[in-house]
Write a protein of this length. Sequence first.
Length: 187
Amino acid sequence: TNHAGGGAFSAAPRPPLDLAASRPSSFSNGEGGLTQAHSNRLRHFAFPYKEIVYPEHFEHIFADSLELATFRTHCIASFTVPACLFYERAIALHRRYGLDNPTRATPAHQITQLVDELEALYADYFSRGASLPLFGVLTDRTAQKLENSFARREMRVDLLNDAMAEIKCYLYLWAYPSYAALLSSAL
């Protein structure tokens, strides 16, 4: 069984959303983040998280362990460490089990281990009493689905992918602008 799939399909393909180009002028609050009102509006819209085209440098952060460590340190200052740690762990799961490759099925002997790791990830971030809760970051719908899935012990990769898309957007909006500014000022 391939565990990389899951999700709704739209009838007509839409062009990718270039978030950097479509960002409203009220994006920054002067500290490299969003205003709280803007953040609340984003959480309640059916935002096309999976269609965003991110800058190449932002994508590179999660592929380079040294840059990821620097970004993680920066996330401490922007209060986004739980989101960064979640995204880092989720990417590692995707790589380890081939979840990011729709043509590769997770080998049967790894399914139990994958489910155990998904359950640990859900417990750390998406359960009541989670040590690093991310409910305030996710849309209400995704948060509810993850909480229900964890309560029923149904560890679903498609929900993990939904959470990853939303949290990646959150990191881009809240942590990346000040991180990129810090890097450019150091040059």
